[in-house]
Design a protein around this ligand. Sequence first.
Ligand SMILES: [Zn+2]
Length: 462
Amino acid sequence: MLGFPGVLLWRAELSSVFLRGTIPPPVLLLPRWLVPVRPRGSFENHALLVLGGRIAALGPREELLARHPEVERIWLDTHVLLPGFVNSHTHAAMSLLRGLADDQPLMAWLQQHIWPAESRFVHPDFVRMGTRLAIAEMLAGGTTCFNDMYFFPSETAQVAAEMGMRVSVGHVVIDFPNTYTKSAEDALRKAQAHLAGLRGSPLVKQGMAPHAPYTVSDGALQETAALARQEGLFMHMHVHETSQEIAGALERDGCRPLQRLARLGLLDSRFLAVHMTHLDASDLAICAETGIRVAHCPESNLKLGSGISPVSSLHRQGQKIGIGTDGAASNNDLDMLGELRTAALLAKGRDQDPTALPAVDALEMATLGGAMACGWEAETGSLETGKAADCIAIDLDRPATSPVYDPVSQVVYCAGRDQVSHVWVAGRLRVSGGRALDWEDREIVVQAREWARRIAERDGEG
Ligand SMILES: [Zn+2]
């Protein structure tokens, strides 16, 4: 529910125009507080002009009102306007497995529940439905871009483009057979076959996603890196997720996973290492030398009992860090507001230092840091002139977020995703009054329930 009737009237009149047109209409956004992320801090009584889906101007409210009297206005008198969140690591389609067999040891959860369900059900229809469910959740919670790693990436890309969500899809490479690929060689062939076809949508980027050091051989990793370099793609990989992963690598390879990846020549500023919970001094040195990006997924790491990433050490040494939810099967939500709060609190607890990872840094990781992690920083992650208008408005006029001394603190430490009132992707309004404009959530929920009934019937068969 919005705070004042002007916005509701505007929405009723113009939402149909948005849906019909290919170019979103010009609009002047007039929030109480503007938090562009770059520059840092918050600005009162400023405005943002959207033209052709891009940020055309930012500046003092009165100045922009006087200069653009003809443009439609959206008054957001009690709201903070900020860039949409970038979920820097997830497996969107796994939302259909949310809550299947929680609170189990990691290998029992994987071997007895998740992997059997995936081997039975993961086909294009599953990926399309799971991705629809994930995007409906993410957009409503203020996420406007996500970095995905899952099978059938073309389906994920297509659904994201249809629903108006920005995405970077990862072509998964894994040695083991699954319902999508028979081997790493097959995965590389499929990635090459799909690369050209996915280049058409302005909302879609692609990356290579070797699954993890323990599931991809040296040869396949080098071929994946060669393809990524040839095509100018980011790489995206689970690295140092658990202490068992490191113990296994020491036994098998005689070195830690990061050392092996460095030796194979994979690590540079276009490599995104996901999790990074167990890092010693030599690992931190490799991170600093190579400039790899890091995706911090604190809630998944907590829920699976994996460990806690030394994120403030990485941050202090200048690493570019994004925040990710991981898949809904191991989180169990795709709530970036919740995730960035967990990141900020966990860093303080881990370091026993209340100054570790201040709110402004956590917010930057959840927006611009995520965009840098998956190659979208020229388009999104901050509210800067020339970038795509990927913005969200959060209504702070609620008991839970009152009073407001510092809007950034309110967003990070106490706002809930139900306070996200408006979401624009590339200047197009996708959520208004907290509701999706382009689909019925109810319909998606009913379809997800039907999938869950079929999955639950076979769960436990091994
Ligand atoms: Zn993951």
